[in-house]
Write a protein that binds this ligand. Structure first.
Ligand code: GSH
Length: 276
């Protein structure tokens, strides 16, 4: 019998917050199931609240990505540790995690889809992935209108407002965040100059890798920052595991690698037949 209680992650394949907790679960090496809920029935399908990620461990349900990560740490202290004991280092790592929640993730909502033609193309990629993963799919009309619908959703508007606050263009904001990320590496193989990954490494990872793996326009800008690419490759052994952060049937690119050895797209994005 497993020494672990049943663990379920409630997610959307396109949620940066859920992807962050997904990475944490993989690193913790606890067995878990991912349930991609339908956004049209979120409240009904979630065990708690109205947002993903939500997590159940045994009979208990909680939400909010960072508190859920800390809950896993507290519940499974003998599994790989997300945070060190040293209070000063802990504080430094938690500050980076806050930067991810307040700056890096809100920027993703603005950058993907993006503007002009990207807004449509990336917007349809978003709806394709949601439709192909969400439990029982999405109506075609909603998938078609997704690029306009998504920007009207209240929490997405809130993310946009946070991301636009610095007055920078999408491109400038994106490269500023890449550079801030590299500064947070502090010369280390992992964040805060550490020789192993911690909570914020898992918070950051999907913000670069998710959009790359799904083939979003503009996601390949990460190639312009070798330090970022090298870190992504160092993260692979911890996160390139099943259940995959990006379900295999919607992946367009392999996980990012630093040496330029990228896989070419393996499948067209707008397949008429989608498996669920
Ligand atoms: N602070 C939360 C934010 C989670 C969040 O914003 N989730 C979005 C998806 S990325 C959501 O479920 N939004 C639906 C809603 O707000 O109704 C966390 O870190 O988990």
């Amino acid at each position: 019998m497993s020494e672990f209680p049943p663990i379920t992650l409630y997610s959307y394949a396109m949620s940066p917050y859920a992807a962050k907790l997904h990475g944490v679960l993989l690193y913790k090496q606890v067995p878990f199931t991912v349930r991609y809920i339908n956004p049209l029935r979120a409240k009904k399908e979630l065990p708690i609240g109205h947002q993903v990620p939500a997590l159940t461990i045994g009979d208990e349900a909680r939400n909010d990505s960072t508190p859920c990560g800390l809950w896993l740490e507290e519940t499974f202290p003998d599994q790989p540790r997300l945070l060190p004991d040293d209070p000063a280092l802990r504080e430094k790592l938690m500050a980076i995690d806050t930067w991810v929640s307040d700056s890096l993730i809100p920027a993703s909502f603005r950058t993907y889809p993006g503007e002009g033609v990207n807004r449509w193309i990336n917007g349809w990629k978003l709806s394709h992935v949601m439709g192909a993963t969400a439990h029982s799919g999405l109506p075609w009309i909603l998938k078609w209108l997704w690029p306009t619908v998504v920007t009207r959703v209240p929490f997405v508007r809130h993310m946009f407002a946070m991301a636009e606050a610095d007055g920078l263009s999408i491109e400038d904001a994106k490269f500023k965040l890449y550079d801030e990320f590299i500064a947070h590496l502090d010369g280390g193989p992992f964040l805060a100059g550490q020789d192993k990954p911690h909570l914020p490494d898992f918070s950051c990872y999907p913000q670069f890798a998710l959009f790359w793996m799904l083939g979003f326009r503009g996601a390949d800008d990460i190639l312009q920052r070798p330090e970022l690419m090298a870190w992504l490759e160092r993260m692979r052994p911890y996160v390139d595991l099943d259940p995959a952060i990006t379900p295999h049937h919607v992946r367009v690119n392999d996980m990012p690698m630093s040496d330029g050895a990228f896989d070419s797209p393996t499948r067209p994005l707008f397949r008429s037949q989608m498996s669920r």
